[in-house]
Design a protein around this ligand. Structure first.
Ligand SMILES: NC(=O)c1ccc[n+]([C@@H]2O[C@H](COP(=O)([O-])OP(=O)(O)OC[C@H]3O[C@@H](n4cnc5c(N)ncnc54)[C@H](O)[C@@H]3O)[C@@H](O)[C@H]2O)c1
Length: 280
């Protein structure tokens, strides 16, 4: 296989994009990078994670979108501004017949919208990331991922790129909506599990019982795994994905559990705020 036929552009060089690009470069692939943040591009270039800092999007065979999908002013809130800017640039500059792989977390319906905007002149797949930076070896770039697309030709090219070229194991689903919903539901499920631990901790504190002792005791049972209650549900992934999940549910029902979990997390933050203030 000629590597020169596999010119890759990683778009967005934050946590996901940088590690994606590094993984691909380590495979000996031809990887360029693009980001609106010069610090991100300079770091990736100096670290030899990308070959060139791209300006124009033409002349690539594979575009891997890793831009943020949260509001830069409040990372717990979803925003598609960055994605929309990238799609607009791809619309004018992408090579016809190339693949656009969306690794960023996106709301349901977004892959279909992108395919329509790009008039299917490129193939589009969604391959949501499951990256966990504390366990990069086992839960990094090369872990089982879900792939979905709107058209069979998109799925086929996506599978060729991610599975054959990048050697990332894939679970193929029948539509882009399933792939999109899969990712945000994974996060929402995690959100609910954390909120359960938070509520239990509040109850223990009020009852004068040791939460950790109780948790350790419960977790001796083979099918139960109560999570830790830490500083509230922070970072961008779980809170904003929880909102994406809830917004999807709201089209069809009044989602109760995620709503209660969001409420509990706020309650837990107030409960532990004196403790956090003492630590700062
Ligand atoms: N970090 C994780 O552990 C993780 C895990 C799974 C999924 N994700 C998802 O992957 C995506 C990226 O996450 P991340 O953690 O790498 O975010 P990040 O904030 O670390 O990086 C995002 C990058 O996108 C760049 N960017 C913003 N607007 C841009 C634009 N218009 N054009 C080009 N670049 C632009 C930013 O400058 C930044 O470097 C998100 O959708 C996130 O939900 C992240």
């Amino acid at each position: 296989m000629s590597q020169s036929k596999n010119k890759i552009l990683v778009i967005g060089l934050g946590e996901i994009g940088y590690n994606n690009a590094r993984y691909m470069t380590e495979f000996g692939l031809d990887v360029d990078g693009y980001d609106i943040n010069a610090i991100a591009t300079t770091k990736a270039f100096n670290d030899k994670v990308i070959k060139n800092i791209a300006d124009n999007f033409s002349d690539y065979d594979y575009y891997v979108i890793c831009v943020s999908t949260h509001n830069p002013r409040d990372q717990s809130i979803p925003s598609l501004n960055a994605l929309n800017q990238v799609i607009d640039k791809l619309k004018h500059e992408a090579k016809i017949g190339a693949l656009v792989g969306v690794d960023s977390t996106i709301p349901t319906g977004t892959t279909e919208m992108i395919t329509e905007i790009l008039h299917h002149r490129v193939h589009v797949v969604h391959v949501p990331h499951r990256y966990y930076n504390k366990e990069k070896d086992i839960h990094g770039v090369n872990q089982l991922r879900v792939i979905g697309g709107c058209k069979i030709c998109c799925i086929n090219l996506g599978k060729y790129f991610y599975e054959e070229i990048l050697r990332i194991p894939l679970h193929t689903v029948s539509s882009s909506q399933i792939a999109e919903l899969c990712k945000v539901t994974e996060s929402a499920y995690r959100y609910i599990q954390i909120a359960f631990a938070e509520e239990l901790k509040i109850v223990c504190d009020k009852a004068g019982l040791d939460f950790n002792e109780l948790r350790n005791a419960i977790n001796t049972k083979w099918n139960v795994q109560i999570l830790e209650a830490r500083d509230g549900i922070n970072q961008h992934c779980i809170p904003k994905d929880g909102i994406m999940f809830k917004e999807f549910c709201l089209k069809y029902t009044k989602p109760q559990i995620i709503t209660a979990a969001q409420f509990i997390d706020q309650m837990y933050r107030r409960h532990i705020s004196p403790e956090i203030e003492r630590r700062v």
